[in-house]
Design a protein. Structure first.
Length: 310
């Protein structure tokens, strides 16, 4: 055992290496792990120093595995997969006190939590644990039974069930528009006080993409306030600080209650959709299947009652 501990690299470093090898990017690996890019880079450097050889070729804006790196990546991936499958086998038929649900902060705050009381009323015996982070949960690695995700719908770690699509529109509070007026053109919108948020996923859209889609020629956007989460950006819009970028599916309840209103009739359909995922390996637990059925039913009802993309 002592010899094994001496020859086995740091598991933290191996996790960082596995994530970087899968993602092909230190930045993307950091997003997947919920840490900083610098932390991933340090772990990789420490692992390379421990092993005595490089694992990646560092290129401009990209990384490629070395020959030895590819060998190690295959072994690490196989080892982690075997550990995960063994743990799942051992716990599959064990009683579970909680159903763990993973979601982004925005999806949880604006869509899931306002509707979860319906599930609890239908299934009072279920205990739920909702975990939120802006990086996507990995169903093979993270302690979640099901996860909500935005994207194209094809992922290696889970079977995706599409819930609905979306479109984005500028939104603001009625009080803000009463005080500042309604921008009548896209150029006027670009010059109005805008609220932005930090985009950590390349599939998310922002103000630049929205303006370009309507051929706006104003070079600079008037970003009056920048937030690091979408939830804070919408909270700022509700408080009357400016015009926010509105993902309509997430904001349906706020729009229906007139707490936020559409600033313009310009709308931009998004290329991806919202999905709920269960693990791609093994069978889905009874609790998870009940929850998936409820989510699918609830989403279908939402789609029926709206004119947004399905």
């Amino acid at each position: 055992m002592h010899r094994l501990r001496r020859s086995l690299p740091s598991l933290t470093a191996l996790l960082a290496f596995d994530a970087a090898a899968r993602a092909g990017s230190f930045t993307r690996a950091a997003m997947d792990l919920g840490v900083t890019q610098a932390a991933v880079s340090r772990q990789i450097q420490a692992l390379e120093a421990d092993l005595g050889f490089p694992l990646f070729h560092r290129q401009h804006r990209r990384i490629d595995l070395t020959e030895r790196g590819r060998v190690l990546a295959a072994s690490v991936a196989q080892g982690f997969t075997q550990i995960a499958e063994t743990a799942e086998t051992l716990t599959r038929d064990s009683p579970r006190d909680e159903l763990a649900i993973g979601a982004t902060l925005a999806f949880s705050h604006f869509w899931l939590l306002p509707r979860i009381s319906d599930f609890r009323a239908r299934h009072p015996g279920f205990k739920l644990r909702i975990l939120t982070q802006d990086a996507s949960f990995d169903l093979q690695r993270d302690p979640v039974d099901v996860a909500f995700r935005y994207g194209a719908g094809t992922w290696a770690d889970g079977r995706g069930i599409k819930l609905f699509g979306d479109e984005v529109v500028p939104v603001a509070s009625p009080a803000f528009l009463a005080a500042h007026g309604v921008p009548r053109t896209i150029e006027a919108l670009a010059e109005a006080p805008l609220i932005a948020f930090e985009v950590t996923d390349p599939s998310w859209l922002g103000w630049d993409e929205f303006m370009r889609s309507f051929d706006c020629h104003v070079e600079r956007r008037n970003i009056a306030l920048r937030c690091n989460t979408y939830v804070d950006a919408i909270s700022a819009a509700l408080a009357g600080h400016g015009i926010a970028f509105g993902w309509t599916r997430l904001l349906e309840d706020l729009l229906a209650r007139n707490q936020l209103v559409r600033v313009t009739d310009k709308r931009l359909p998004v290329p991806y959709g919202y999905f709920v995922l269960a693990s791609a390996r093994g069978r889905t637990s009874n609790a998870a299947q009940v929850f998936l059925d409820w989510v699918r039913e609830t989403a279908a009802d939402v789609v029926r009652r709206s004119e947004l993309p399905a």
